[in-house]
Design a protein around this ligand. Structure first.
Ligand code: GAL
Length: 842
């Protein structure tokens, strides 16, 4: 350790004391309306118009008056009676509460968007009178205006970047304060489902006027010897704002803890800030023999930042960072801590079945766990900055991330959005690249594009100089002009949109990633493409069966297998990002028409149930032995007809039997699969994989019998351990042998008891016409090919810790019902079987 006032010492677990910085989640107490209409002639008397100070001249009433302060009207005004507005909790995505409608925007999955208003009261005690009070919104889709007590206090354009508004000057202490938020989601930012409303958390933050700026701590780490990190230089930049009237003199004290919780350094730096000014305090130290963050051992360091004035702690909070080195090389690809790592990545949009874009924390973690379990080591946030919980999960689970801006341009708004993304996310060790653009066809290979990219990069490097900048380019990525002139890593979307060898000739020293690949489509549980039914075969063929050889929509798509083989074989490709990890709403593909409401691109469906292709990736990306045979073996009426049986496996050889009769033994090609043609008869199809080291694995597909029961499997450990008190459960229709009935499409009644309510239901069907989100105790929903997923939340404040218990009951005509008890942590939870989504094999 070196440098100013650095001290090291034994472990000290003292946490920052409250209430220096006080945070209150604004989850409950909101009222919501999408039906806010104002008729000027009815709503306003002449006296009221005088009071308002302006004559309304526009049809669209947005609550704002620019004439006079504190006179914002309609739902922005405290006086409005909102008793008949609906009570909602936040995060809230209003889109998924609706059923799809053919007149609604197609790219939004036929879900209506529109304008929504939120209101709630704020309790502001007198003690806060000398403090700063902020509202912090983590993500609002989109174009929102924030009002407090009839004052417009903030506007924010982006649907993906959070923002803060200081509201203390307009508060009334010890009295009723009214917060109103208008969200205008009539315009989309992407060509996919984006959700609507306050879909990420909102909180109230109370600080001293002398405070650390939001996202104001930057831990910049330079590893000394990249090949064998023996030491790391840590530069801490802490931005302190003085919102008071006097010059403030203070000390920034930064205590650095290693992953085991031991103090490795304490840095003290005296500084001062002008009134209404800010200062960035820099502190440096060396971390000797650092615990390195890696994919297998994703450990983070922690900083406790204190602002101390006159011997008193004024502000304090924690930040995490990781010590790792990331470098890209044209020939060797990505070097993580000096070691080559092939990027085995997926692109993902942010929504999930049942909850749309308002994905609770435990579900965010669950999704990343499923990807990691598949063997993925990387995640591209397509095409927007993610919920910070995604990055938290990737940090903690060891998954590399490309963090991507939603919009590309040079206006103040564009630059501001990119800067906010970097300021927010730069301490996450999982983030390895900043992506500034995706498929900007107008400029990506033009001189103008080169200048725009350089202009942005120049500014952004001031915020983070430790990561490279990239962009995902389609059409023309093999040309040496445009973005590529200033990128650190070149991102190419889809092989058939360029020529790799030509790219290499033009840019021999440029590291290259396949930022998007495959876009193969399949529907879970389906083995015959049926355009009328809106489903696609799960065999990895990606050709139109009626027109052999003709590629399906999207025409740039490729089979998973042919797409991965190219990347696996070329060392000069640092890796790939398959489109997409999960199915998502909107951007219907391949059926761009009603009644299809979702894409079929996922390796898992919208609920996270694996499709067959998931096992292809698990076989060739993961470390474990894999044997997965498909399709299911229920082909009533097709007796005697040949059925193609595929096996995804990383075994050396796989043999197949039907009811004990051998159907042959085949070698498995590297990064490939094996196929048999088997005349159908009900029975038991059994495959055996054999590895060179003698190990074996068996996978059996039995003809399932009639459905006799329902089964509920918890997918999260228990209700109250999750920060947000959300739980997920998988529902299966099973036969007498506890086997999922793959053809079951029946309707199931769901009901809750105790302290849980239904929050969302999905079944993975890209044509499902039900609203996803539910706020209640009962509903009836269909399963899709035997499965559905239920998302529950506690009826208490979802942020309150504590013991809560409730049950979910599933029943259907003629079937044995299932009951799942979700209990508090401790003995009650021990009886729970913690499991992941049931799949058909492994
Ligand atoms: C890409 C695009 C993605 C998605 C995908 C579908 O060109 O970047 O957002 O639309 O195609 O194949």
């Amino acid at each position: 350790m070196r440098n100013q006032d650095a001290q090291s010492g034994p472990a000290e677990q003292r946490t920052p004391k409250e209430p220096m910085r006080h945070r209150v989640q604004l989850a409950e107490g909101w009222r919501f309306s999408q039906d806010v209409r104002f008729d000027a002639s009815v709503q306003w008397s002449p006296e009221e118009r005088d009071l308002l100070g302006f004559e309304p001249t526009v049809d669209e009433w947005d609550g704002v008056t620019w004439s006079k302060a504190g006179r914002c009207y309609g739902p922005a005004a405290p006086a409005l009676n909102d008793d008949d507005w609906r009570a909602v909790s936040v995060p809230h995505d209003w889109c998924v509460e609706h059923a799809p409608h053919p007149d609604a925007p197609i790219r939004n999955g036929f879900l209506p968007m529109g304008v929504g208003w939120y209101r709630r009261e704020l309790h502001v005690p007198n003690e806060w009178a000398s403090r700063r009070v902020f509202l912090r919104f983590e993500g609002v889709f989109r174009a929102c205006k924030v009002f407090v007590n009839g004052h417009l206090v903030g506007v924010n354009e982006s649907g993906y970047l959070g923002f803060e508004v200081g509201i203390d000057p307009v508060l009334e202490y010890g009295r009723r304060n009214v917060l109103a938020v208008r969200v205008d989601a009539r315009n989309k930012e992407g060509w996919f489902y984006e959700g609507c409303g306050l879909y990420r958390p909102v909180e109230l933050v109370v600080t001293d006027p002398l405070r650390v700026a939001f996202d104001g701590v930057h831990a910049q780490v330079e590893v000394v010897n990249e090949d064998r990190p023996e030491a790391a230089d840590l530069t801490l930049s802490t931005e302190v704002c003085n919102d008071g009237d006097e010059l403030a003199s203070f000390q920034v004290r930064s205590r650095v803890f290693d992953p085991a919780g031991c103090v490795v350094g304490e840095l003290r730096q005296q500084a001062w800030a002008e009134p209404a000014g800010s200062v960035v305090v820099r502190q440096r130290m060396e971390i000797a023999g650092p615990e390195v963050w890696s994919l297998d051992n994703p450990q983070r360091y922690r900083i406790e930042t204190h602002v101390v004035r006159d011997g008193r702690d004024i502000d304090a909070f924690e930040t995490h960072f990781g010590v790792r080195s990331v470098a890209f090389d044209a020939k060797r690809g990505l070097l993580l801590n000096g070691q080559p790592v092939k990027l085995k990545g997926v692109c993902c949009h942010q929504d999930h079945a049942g909850v749309g874009s308002a994905v609770p924390e435990s579900l965010q973690v669950w999704r990343i766990e499923r990807l990691k379990e598949m063997g993925a080591n990387a995640y591209r946030c397509a095409h927007n900055p993610p919920d910070r919980r995604v990055l938290e999960a990737c940090d903690r689970l060891g998954v590399l991330v490309i963090d991507e801006a939603r919009v590309f341009g040079i206006s103040r708004e564009h630059i501001d959005q990119a800067e906010r993304m970097i300021r927010r996310d730069r301490n996450h060790p999982c983030v390895i690249l900043w992506s500034l653009a995706n498929e900007e066809m107008a400029v990506q290979v033009k001189p103008q594009g080169a200048r725009m990219f350089a202009h942005l990069k120049r500014r952004l490097k001031r915020l983070d100089n430790t990561r490279g900048f990239t962009a995902a380019i389609n059409n023309g990525w093999d040309l040496p002009t445009g973005f590529i002139e200033h990128e650190d890593v070149h991102g190419l979307n889809y092989f058939n949109q360029g020529d790799l060898d030509r790219l290499r000739r033009g840019a021999p020293d440029m590291p290259v990633i396949v930022s998007e690949a495959s876009s193969a489509v399949s529907t879970r549980g389906v083995y015959e493409t049926d355009a009328k039914a809106g489903v696609v075969t799960s065999y990895d063929t990606h050709v139109e069966p009626d027109h052999p050889g003709v590629r399906m929509w999207p025409f740039w798509g490729r089979e998973a297998e042919s797409s991965w083989k190219v990347v696996a074989e070329r060392r000069d490709l640092a890796g790939t990002f398959v489109w997409t990890g999960f199915d998502y709403r909107g951007e219907q593909s391949p059926y761009v028409r009603w009644p299809c409401v979702g894409s079929h691109f996922g390796l898992m469906d919208q609920c996270g149930f694996p499709k067959d292709v998931y096992w292809y990736y698990k076989a060739w990306w993961g470390q474990e032995p894999v044997l997965h045979v498909f399709p299911h073996w229920n082909w009533d009426g097709r007796e005697g007809q040949d059925i193609e049986v595929w096996a995804y496996s990383n075994a050396d050889r796989v043999s197949l039997e039907l009811d004990g009769r051998s159907l042959g033994d085949k070698p498995v090609p590297r990064n490939g699969h094996v196929v048999w043609r088997v005349p159908y008869e009900p029975g038991s199809l059994s495959a055996q994989g054999v590895w060179r080291d003698g190990s074996e694995l068996r996978c059996v597909r039995r003809t399932a019998g009639p459905a006799v029961a329902l089964r509920l499997d918890p997918q999260t450990p228990t209700l109250a351990t999750a920060d947000d008190s959300t739980a997920m459960a998988a529902l299966s229709v099973i036969d007498a042998h506890d086997q999922v009935v793959p053809t079951a499409m029946l309707r199931v009644d769901l009901e809750t008891e105790g302290a849980v309510i239904l929050s969302g239901v999905g079944n993975g069907d890209p044509n499902d016409q039900h609203p996803g989100r539910i706020d209640g105790r009962s509903t009836t929903r269909p399963v899709f090919h035997g499965l559905a997923q239920i998302i529950l939340r506690s009826t208490e404040d979802p942020y309150a810790a504590g013991a809560m218990a409730g049950s979910l009951i599933a029943s259907a005509d003629g079937l044995r019902p299932a009951r799942l008890h979700l209990g508090a942590p401790g003995p009650a939870a021990e009886s729970l079987r913690v499991g992941r989504a049931p799949s058909e094999a492994g």
